[in-house]
Write a new protein. Structure first.
Length: 371
């Protein structure tokens, strides 16, 4: 039987992700539009992006937050090109983006003192191999594999190296041990459903000390330069961006930060995401033709939920297309480099009732595609 109830919001894409419930463009504060981002009003809005992010996340004293170009990718590249090379690097990768950082470090920066620890989709590498004297590069949540780091116990408190963490689909959705993370990057268009093209860069005092004491041997593009005369350019972390940002995107980000505040804070946003994952877990438990790509429940992502389906590739594509044509789920096919399957975004901007409405449609589409 064809289900009769459809999700009110069929946007389950893993990036750009669904806007917050009740979102309307005409609710944005647009007083910065048409103004210079260097004007007082523009700088104030950009600074608020930094200070409100730090406050809502509960960052430790001395941690800096900046708005940078190029989304999460830009923020990660900025960090790696500026900070790596002083000591041995340990890289942990288990999906597309983590493996991309290996390519950048080994083939672009051409570092040779590198240890790579990799795992296939659905699994984690042996994190205990991390050396506290080395710089460590890793993703917290594998967006294309649905596999997350369960905790930060494997990171030494007394480490002398830096931890550089791509956390774009984890920030605002998972508990992060901030005192163990020296560089954290994310983008507005993931967990908060903001707009693309802008990245957020969070630096610990240790990371700042490295920037001020170490100069990499390669030339740095202007977009990556965070120091001048051996000192951190503090303006980057106070609303003076390196390049021109979209003030419309800034207004959009401030809107969703206010929503998080009114919701009850980050902890409530995390609870929403966990509740969303539970909806899928309960469905999977009742059907033997679908399962999680993540092999271990403890490392199962509560944002980018990746599923394997007992269908050949062409039938699986038909299943995804059926759901799209019925306007019940958009953009839920697995990432192009990942194993065939489904990827359903379960971040806090998604309503659990929409996922509950989607589940019968998954069964219907599976049955149709199997025929």
């Amino acid at each position: 039987m064809t289900p009769t109830v459809k999700p009110n919001n069929p946007n389950f894409s893993s990036g750009p992700c669904s806007k917050r419930p009740g979102y309307r463009v005409d609710q944005l504060d647009l007083n910065t539009l048409g103004r210079s981002h260097r004007a007082a009003v523009g700088k104030a809005a950009l600074k608020r992006c930094c200070t409100e992010t730090a406050r809502l996340l509960g960052l430790p004293e001395g941690y800096r937050v900046g708005v940078v170009a190029g989304s999460d990718t830009g923020a990660m590249e900025m960090a790696m090109w500026s900070l790596l090379g002083e000591r041995t690097v340990d890289i942990f990768a288990w999906e597309s983006f983590g493996k991309g950082w290996i390519t950048d470090i080994v083939k672009q920066l051409k570092l040779t003192d590198v240890n790579t620890y990799e795992a296939d989709y659905g699994d984690l590498p042996d994190l205990s191999q991390a050396n506290s004297a080395h710089d460590i590069v890793f993703t917290w949540n594998g967006t294309t594999s649905g596999v997350k780091v369960p905790n930060g116990d494997w990171i030494a408190d007394d480490r002398s190296g830096l931890t550089i963490c791509d956390a774009t689909s984890a920030v605002f959705a998972m508990e992060l041990p901030w005192n163990k993370l020296d560089v954290v990057t994310f983008s507005w268009q993931k967990v908060l459903g903001g707009e693309g093209a802008h990245g957020m860069l969070i630096l610990s005092p240790k990371a700042v000390a490295r920037l001020e004491s170490y100069t990499p041997p390669w030339p740095l593009p202007k977009l990556f330069r965070m120091t001048k005369g051996g000192k951190l350019i503090e303006g980057i972390f106070n609303g003076a961006t390196i390049n021109t940002p979209s003030m419309l995107c800034v207004a959009d980000y401030l809107d969703v930060l206010e929503w998080v505040e009114n919701l009850g804070g980050v902890s409530v946003l995390m609870q929403r995401s966990e509740k969303n994952l539970t909806v899928i877990e309960e469905f999977v438990a009742k059907h033997d033709w679908i399962d999680f790509l993540a092999k271990d429940q403890d490392m199962r992502s509560n944002t980018s939920v990746c599923l394997v389906v007992d269908l050949p590739a062409d039938a699986l594509k038909s299943m995804v297309k059926l759901l799209d044509n019925e306007a019940v789920a958009y953009d839920i096919g697995a990432y192009r480099d990942a194993p065939d399957g489904l990827r359903i975004w379960c971040g806090g901007t998604i309503e659990a009732q929409d996922l509950e409405a989607l589940m019968p449609w998954l069964e219907w589409a599976y049955t149709e595609a199997s025929a």
